[in-house]
Design a protein around this ligand. Structure first.
Ligand code: UD1
Length: 377
């Protein structure tokens, strides 16, 4: 690479979705590095295709390894690449192993880190994602916080105000761009013999839910109680755990399908009566799609979705089936139909690129302050 450019490091589905707009706006000034954390075509290449992203200039292959090995692989191999190419900045997104190890590699080589989707906190240290986000929070030079809440989290941890920019979340423009037109959405439903607002769409993949056989059983059993078709695009991790724990029979009442590309997933989500998920991204997407979401998790780092009325949290156990059945009643769907999204106006990618452009003017540049009055606490 002849000139010094900006490296965008990504490796999983959500990172591809949420960095696509930034990559497009940066154009030739940036290049992509793929960690290989997600390696199945349906989990990675399909997303590159949908967003028409260029081939990564550099690829690692850490997929399928345990967490420590993913970190070691990314820090070692990416570190070597960064030392050779020395990009002006490394951009990472969110809270994956790829993001945290990517930020660590850049820091070790002395390259500034830009964190997209900075400052989310559940303070639930049992989740690898929480540790990853906090780690990137320590390492980043520029924190692109999606909301005031996330900016305040960073301020309360001692991040200086002039290193934080509130941008909104790039997922808003990703959904706006990728949601298929009504005719294509009608076809997506017809292909699966589904009626609009007469089915539930489910995604479950978090270790807290799928690595524990009792929790996994509780979730699958509760889903079967819903008196509507339940469509479940299945993550490879969930598929493997169900087989390992011998829970395959519990899938019989559900409609299990392969992971979907992003436009198809959004099209189906847009017409669901209810979404049920432990995903982070869907907690944001539901606010753009105007669909209610039951978040099956012990904690959430996205309280904005709950406070705005789009999401409710549910913990696996005896009461889960009843909560799901209640959530699938029409009233909640109608209540969220016209609520505004708390994640911004669809210009987050532009704001992030502007902030990156300012990076060289960064030290002592007071016009980029978040605003001292923002956090009263
Ligand atoms: C990762 C992120 C999570 C994000 C999710 C999106 C971390 C800690 N977690 O979780 O925050 O919500 O991506 O999907 O980074 N696998 C395949 N094929 C693939 C990808 C994964 O078979 O293409 C298998 C892996 O071999 C592994 C399991 O699925 O056994 C988990 O994959 P991994 O990438 O470690 O984490 P995710 O659960 O996908």
């Amino acid at each position: 690479m002849s000139e010094r450019r900006i490296a965008l490091v990504l490796g999983t589905r959500p990172e591809i979705v949420k960095l696509a707009g930034v990559a497009r706006l940066l154009g030739e000034r940036s290049y992509l590095v793929h960690s290989g954390q997600h390696y199945d075509d349906l989990m990675s290449q399909a997303f590159f295709d949908s967003y028409r992203l260029p081939e990564p200039a550099y690829r690692l292959a850490v997929g399928g390894r345990d967490r420590a090995a993913q970190f070691a692989g990314i820090v070692g191999d990416l570190g070597q690449h960064l030392r050779a190419e020395h990009p002006v900045a490394v951009v990472v997104q969110g809270d994956t192993n790829t993001a945290a190890a990517g930020a660590l590699a850049a820091t070790c080589v002395g390259i500034p880190v830009v964190h997209v989707e900075a400052g989310l906190r559940s303070y639930d240290r049992t989740m690898p994602e929480e540790i990853n986000r906090q780690l990137v929070g320590v390492l980043a030079t520029l924190h692109c916080a999606p909301t005031e809440t996330s900016a305040c989290n960073l301020l309360s941890e001692g991040v200086p105000t002039d290193r934080i920019v509130i941008t909104g979340n790039t997922v808003v423009e990703a959904v706006e761009e990728m949601l298929p037109e009504p005719a294509r959405r009608a076809q997506l439903l017809a292909d699966r013999e589904l009626l609009s607002e007469e089915y539930v769409l489910v995604t479950i993949h978090r270790p807290e839910n799928v690595d524990d056989p009792e929790r996994l059983r509780s979730i699958l059993t509760a889903l079967a109680e819903i008196d509507l078709p339940v469509l479940m695009p299945i993550h490879p991790r969930t598929r493997d755990r169900i087989a390992e724990f011998g829970l395959g029979d519990l899938l019989a009442p559900l409609r299990v399908i392969d992971p979907l590309d992003h436009p198809s997933f959004l099209g189906l989500a847009r017409h669901a009566r209810l979404l049920v998920s432990d995903s982070g991204g869907l907690q944001e997407e539901c606010t753009v799609l105007k669909r209610p979401l039951l978040v099956v998790r012990n904690s959430t780092e996205r309280p904005e979705s709950v406070e705005a009325g789009f999401a409710r949290r549910a913990v696996p156990g005896p009461g889960l089936a009843e909560q799901m059945v209640r959530a699938a009643e029409r009233g909640w769907l109608e209540a969220v139909a016209h609520l505004p999204s708390p994640y911004g106006d669809g210009s987050a990618s532009e704001r992030i690129v502007r902030a990156i452009d300012d990076l060289s003017l960064y030290e002592g540049s007071p016009d980029r302050l978040v605003g001292g009055q923002l956090c009263a606490r």
